[in-house]
Ligand binder design. Structure first.
Ligand code: PHE
Length: 346
C-alpha cells in the first residue's frame, strides 16, 4: 500500500507539471485528490489494515495529500500569472503605451501677482490684513466719510444683501472696495500702522472689457506722526520699480474720494514706450493707476485715532488692472472666465 501511495504521488506530480492551463490542472486535481479520486480510493482500504500498518499508512497518506494540495496551489497561481501576462501581451492591450497625462494645477495669475505685491510691501515693513467680503454699510460707506447721497451707495453700484441687517452697523453689502478694512484695522490696532489689504470686491456693473462685477483690489495705508504725500510717492515708486524690475516714475493729479483729503489720482510712466507715448498710454506717456490721498480726519476718528496727533495716507488699486498692464491683457473678463487656454499661459 505504501508503494501504491508513492506511485500515486509521483504520477500526480508528473501530471501537475505537464498541465498547460487551469482547466487541465483542475481535472488532474479531481482525478487524484478529489472526493472520488484515486487517493480517496486507496484510503478507503486503510480500515482493513492491521494495527501496526494503520497509523503508518494513515500518516503517510495524510502527508502525501497535504503535499499534493500544496503543489496544486503553487501551480494554480503560476498558471494564473501566466494567463494574466498572456492577456496583457495580447496586441489589443499595449502595456508600453504611456498613460493619460495627469494635469497639475498651478497658482492663478491674480494670486501670483497678489503674492508678489505682498512680499514687496512686506519687505518695506507693511503687514497684510484681511476683512469680510460681506460688509456692513457702516464700514463700507459711513465710516469712510462717504455721504448718503454718494453714487457708490446707489443700488446701481452696490450689491445689497436682502433681509440682512447688522444691529449696530446697518444693512449688509458686498464690499465695493477694500477701504473698509482701514477703519477695521485702526479700531483693532490703533496707530502707528503700515498695512496692505488685498481682497475681493464687488460692484453692480454692466460687464465689458474693462469692467467686471467681481474684481480684486489692494488697499494700502500708513498712519504715523509726520507722514506726508512725499512718503506715499516714495513707497509707490519703490513698489512699482521693484514689481516691474525697471525704473518707474509716478505722477499725482487731483482726484476726489470722500475718505481722503487731499485726494489724488496716481499715474505711472508707461513701461511700453518709456514715456514717449504709445497706444497703451493713449499717447500721454502715463498710465492711470489708482486713487490715493491723505486719510480724511473723519476716517481716523471713526477708527478711534486722534487726528491731531497722527496722520496718514491711503491708496487703492485694482489687481486686474495691474496684471493687464503687465502682460498686455486686453479683457478683464478673462481672469475669472475659467478658460484654461488663458489661465494656463501664466
Ligand atoms: N477705494 C477707492 C476705490 O475703490 C480707491 C482709494 C483707496 C482711493 C484709498 C483713495 C484712497 O476706487
Amino acid at each position: 500500500m505504501e508503494q501504491q501511495l508513492q506511485q500515486l504521488k509521483q504520477a500526480c506530480l508528473d501530471a501537475i507539471s505537464k498541465a498547460e492551463d487551469l482547466h487541465q490542472l483542475e481535472e488532474i486535481e479531481i482525478k487524484y485528490i478529489g472526493r472520488k479520486g484515486e487517493l480517496t480510493n486507496i484510503l478507503r482500504g486503510v480500515k482493513d489494515l492491521n494495527d501496526i500498518e494503520k497509523p503508518v499508512i494513515g500518516k503517510l497518506s495524510n502527508e502525501i495529500k497535504l503535499h499534493l494540495e500544496a503543489e496544486f496551489k503553487k501551480h494554480k497561481s503560476a498558471l494564473e500569472n501566466k494567463e494574466i501576462s498572456k492577456s496583457l501581451h495580447d496586441d489589443t492591450f499595449d502595456t508600453t503605451a504611456p498613460g493619460p497625462d495627469i494635469e497639475v494645477g498651478h497658482i492663478h495669475i491674480l494670486s501670483q501677482l497678489q503674492k508678489e505685491v505682498e512680499s514687496i510691501f512686506a519687505s518695506m515693513g507693511f503687514s497684510v490684513m484681511d476683512g469680510p467680503e460681506v460688509e456692513s454699510e457702516y464700514y463700507c460707506f459711513e465710516g469712510l466719510n462717504i455721504p448718503s447721497w454718494h453714487l457708490a451707495r446707489d443700488m446701481q453700484d452696490t450689491f445689497f444683501i436682502k433681509n440682512k441687517q447688522d444691529k449696530k452697523h446697518g444693512k449688509m453689502v458686498l464690499r465695493t472696495q477694500t477701504s473698509p478694512v482701514q477703519v477695521r484695522t485702526m479700531e483693532k490696532f490703533g496707530a502707528p500702522l503700515r498695512v496692505i489689504v488685498p481682497g475681493r470686491t464687488f460692484r453692480y456693473e454692466a460687464t465689458d472689457a474693462t469692467h467686471e462685477s467681481t474684481f480684486h483690489q489692494v488697499e494700502g495705508f500708513m498712519v504715523d506722526k509726520d507722514i506726508s504725500i512725499a512718503n506715499l510717492k516714495g513707497v509707490l515708486k519703490e513698489f512699482l520699480t521693484r514689481l516691474f524690475g525697471k525704473e518707474v516714475s509716478v505722477r499725482f493729479r487731483p482726484g476726489y474720494f470722500p475718505f481722503v483729503e487731499p485726494g489724488l489720482e496716481v499715474d505711472f510712466s508707461c513701461l511700453l514706450c518709456g514715456g514717449k507715448g504709445c497706444r497703451v498710454c493713449k499717447h500721454t506717456g502715463w498710465v492711470e493707476f489708482m486713487g490715493a490721498g491723505m486719510i480724511h480726519q473723519n476716517v481716523l476718528k471713526a477708527g478711534g485715532i486722534d487726528s491731531k496727533k497722527w496722520q496718514g495716507w491711503a491708496f487703492g488699486f485694482g489687481l486686474e488692472r495691474l496684471a493687464m498692464m503687465r502682460h498686455g491683457i486686453d479683457d478683464i473678463r478673462l481672469f475669472l472666465g475659467g478658460d484654461l487656454r488663458f489661465i494656463n499661459q501664466f
